[in-house]
Design a protein around this ligand. Sequence first.
Ligand SMILES: O=P(O)(O)OC[C@@H](O)[C@@H](O)c1cnc[nH]1
Length: 196
Amino acid sequence: MSRTAEVARDTKETQIRVSVDLDGTGVSQISTGIGFFDHMLESFARHGGIDLKVETKGDLHIDMHHTVEDTGIVLGQAIKQALDGFKGVRRFGHAYIPMDETLTRCALDLSNRPYLIWKVDFRTPKVGDMDTELFKEFHHAFAMNAGACVHLETLYGANSHHIAESGFKALARALRQAVELDPKTHGHAPSTKGVL
Ligand SMILES: O=P(O)(O)OC[C@@H](O)[C@@H](O)c1cnc[nH]1
């Protein structure tokens, strides 16, 4: 069963192409025009074990908001499309990710009832070239479009790079666990209601 998807989305603000392979090895080709965001998406692919291609052309002359949010939308759509009704998956995943002085936790449910609990704060307005307020926008857009209930919390930390990156890693590792195929589901959606 091939768990792959390709999604394209064109607006006046952004033109995005995303392809995913949920059963890949974590190789990636990322180009968003934002260096730190590319680094985060590379980390997401590597630690999620997802082969990922992202090409985003956005209206960066305005700011980074549309580029970051819309990439989250399309990535979430691609993951959901590849999951094909969440059939046969474990559904739940969680990860604790330390990065030096920082510890981040993510718990995730592929419930198809999208939600985001965001308990992440930054001490700096930017990290690299990216506004730190945009990380919530990405994670929210991703969760809403992937059909995922995501709880992401920085338990403690200080460095903005570590806080941001451990968040992407924690999301990736929790998702990796949730999308694993569970033989006990016999290929069905893991819900007492029969579908997700
Ligand atoms: O996957 P690693 O954590 O080994 O590498 C991530 C990389 O970004 C690393 O260079 C880093 C270390 N501190 C912030 N970033």
